[in-house]
Design a protein around this ligand. Sequence first.
Ligand SMILES: [Zn+2]
Length: 425
Amino acid sequence: MFKDTGGNDAASILLNLTDYRVIDATQEPAGRQVLIEPKATEAACPTCGVITTRIHARPVHRVKDLPTGGNDIKVLVRKRRMACQETACERRSFVQTTEQLPLRARITTRLSQKLVDEMSCELRAVSRVASAYQVSWPTVMARANMVGELVGNVDRMFIRRLGIDEHRFRKVRYARGRTGKVVRIEPWSIVFTDLDTGKILDIVDGRRCAAVKKWLKSRPRYWRQRVQYVAIDMSAEFRKAVRENLPKAKISVDHFHVIQRANLMITQVRRRRSHEVLQRRGRAADPAYKYRKLLTCNLENLSIRQVERLKLILEADPELGVIYGIKEHVRELLKTRDIHDFQSRWAVLEKSVKTTKMVEAKSLFRTLTAWRRELLVFIRTRLTNARSEAANLTAKNLKRIGRGYRNHGHYRVRILLYTAGLRPC
Ligand SMILES: [Zn+2]
């Protein structure tokens, strides 16, 4: 015979499920079984709002809950189907609901919350979370999707400085197209980052101009007008898309990519010289090949021994020496924070590039000229895409943990959840 203890009995305290009390607990061969029921004996009809205590039926449903004292617990809830006593009301009966078990819920709110927390506080595969809480993979992913939609609402956010970057979402694939021809599929993802907070705003499938344009166009006008700066890498397509859709924003180009371009110039000259002097490609025995990394390193980071080696390489080949000087000049150009200083260094660089008459140097200078306006913004603001690159690292780690993703939607939601800052743990 059940004795009413008002929910203050030991079993109810141990289960600790708000608004419910334990009415029975048994040890079955398959594990423990707990029968619970809502504490409230009355409920308001959802149609007319009249409170009723008359019970129409007592269905028993199985629900999933957080593990209590081990994973082998099975929770059964004896619900109340109440009868509406209001004669004018067309609804005859309704099921009593609580905060922990809303209408038709098969898992408790606290378990649902825990599943989302597990995925947002650390990089964990969905399948791991599912097996830890003995729920199915789609159950976990459905919760993630629900919360992901809420946190991914960019239009509500005030973005002043935006970062745009891209990374490969999965391996390159080859598939047979409609015409029977094999096509190469490049799965690129574009990442939009808030450079003030480092938070990932969105991840879009697709590459370059079209995807960026589409994303920016779908933002409301007030949102686009609030963006003051955009940091991108040296991609003319990104620049075009930003100029067309964010006319008020100033574009800054990341100095990292400029130096990368200058290092490429050094490598081109080193290869060309090897062919000109030795009529073959570089080998491990050639100093310029053996110590090629020294050519692209920052001079101030080298040890005394490394500097000596570098000197030997540069002295052995005057062309390499000249091009190295140009690269260091480009680095110096980017170090300054003063516009006038930049202008004078630019003039010196232009003159020395013309004097060298080297194709590689001229090509680099043409690129720099094409990006001069963006470089000036960088000099003034020092706005870089470093935070986007950091966000890319998070995305990469997530892919490693999940052993790759096939569905871009799932991939996007996982990253948004992780970087949304919903981290209670
Ligand atoms: Zn009613």
